[in-house]
Design a protein around this ligand. Structure first.
Ligand code: FES
Length: 374
């Protein structure tokens, strides 16, 4: 699931055209950093015209793997204000198509096709903001947090970040040194609380699974630093986020103070099998109108196909990434008609109420569906 963070429905994302086509860029890999045994960061040079993005957004990497185009979303760990390059982190996933292909095939000097940055797990930074961000990250769910933390530390001198960061063991902590350095540089403004499933003997931090009890204990010990308003952000495995959500709700933290990002890398870096919808006496094909990039497209969507699949079959280059209803890259607003979503978790309640739909998991159920994207 991917919920917006602070600001939803932002229409200011850059729409740049490059030699790779509208909304696409061919980026040169400047460096490949081995972060842990199974995680690398790809550092990209900006193209001639700098790519604008917001802390917390993701890049969709596109490659041909086994003769087929594959797209996967990876959160940017770089900060638009403190890093001169763009950087994403890729963790190998067992059976993962792209997450294994990239580390095996991409070297410094390679070129990777990407879509422009997208995603709503982001915020507007303001110099005079004074806020306490309590962040909960698991594994490679740390990547958008890293971007948000670096940006907050630079942009908001009065804001404080407390990060609860869970990993399997000490070797699997991504950015451990970078966080140590940031804590020293921004003393008192960044507090990293490590939690390890398997901690070594001399480990000073928390160890064991981050269950309800441990999370309660940790949250109770985090001071509010004299800042009245605390916002909670989380990104990690589904189980961890569900636990945290339940706990925060039990502590009566208002929903508008809790922001979640799907565990984009781990979850969607697997082939997703969709069960075909049974046709016959059931659902019917319906015509859909999609407005995108100043063009209007009309096509008929069969009941066992999604709006996105049908558009792509017709050669219509709509934006997408995960195709699983998680990343919101394909998000559009239904101006009329009704759309049924196979997966609703990717959108927040308010987005659904405003009529937003995800074309990758969306099926028209009336003949008057008009969707506007972008
Ligand atoms: S492509 Fe990711 S939610 Fe549709």
């Amino acid at each position: 699931m991917a919920f917006g963070f602070f600001k939803k429905g932002d229409k200011t994302e850059k729409k740049e055209t490059t030699s790779a086509g509208p909304h696409y860029h061919n980026l040169r890999v400047k460096q490949v950093i081995q972060e842990t045994r199974d995680a690398i960061s790809l550092v990209f040079e900006h193209p001639e015209k700098k790519i604008l993005y917001k802390a917390g957004q993701f890049l969709t990497l596109i490659a041909t793997v086994g003769g087929k185009e594959v797209r996967r979303a990876y959160s940017l760990n770089s900060s638009p204000v403190s890093d001169s390059d763009l950087s994403v982190t890729i963790k190998r996933v067992e059976g993962g198509l792209m997450s294994n292909w990239l580390p095996d095939n991409i070297k410094a000097g390679s070129t990777v096709k990407v879509m422009e940055p997208m995603g709503h797990f982001t915020t507007e930074f303001q110099k005079d903001n004074k806020r306490h961000l309590v962040m909960l990250a698991g594994g490679s769910g740390i990547t958008p947090m890293m971007s948000i933390i670096k940006t907050t530390l630079v942009e908001e001198s009065e804001s404080i970040c407390s990060l609860i960061y869970c990993n399997r063991d000490i070797e699997s902590i991504i950015f451990k040194n970078a966080f140590d350095q940031l804590q020293t540089k921004y003393e008192g403004r960044l507090h990293v609380i490590h939690v390890l499933d398997n901690a070594p003997q001399n480990w000073q931090g928390h160890s064991g699974l981050l269950n309800h009890e441990m999370l309660t204990k940790i949250l109770e010990r985090i001071p509010d630093w004299g800042i009245g308003s605390t916002t909670y952000l989380m990104c990690g495995p589904e189980g961890m986020m569900k636990n945290a959500q339940t706990l925060l709700e039990a502590r009566q933290i208002p929903a508008e103070k809790i922001f979640k990002e799907s565990f984009v890398q781990g979850t969607i870096d697997k082939e997703t099998k969709k069960e075909p919808t049974v046709s016959g006496t059931g659902p019917k094909a319906h015509e859909v109108t999609v407005r995108y990039d100043g063009q209007e497209y009309k096509f008929v969507v069969e009941p066992n196909r999604t709006i996105l699949e049908t558009a792509l079959d017709n050669g219509i280059d709509l934006p997408y990434s995960c195709q699983s209803g998680l990343c919101t890259a394909c998000r559009g607003k239904a101006l009329s008609g009704q759309v049924k979503l196979d997966e609703e978790e990717g959108l927040s309640q308010s987005e659904r109420a405003e009529g937003y739909v995800l074309t990758c998991v969306g099926h028209p159920i009336t003949d008057d569906v008009v969707i506007e994207i972008g």
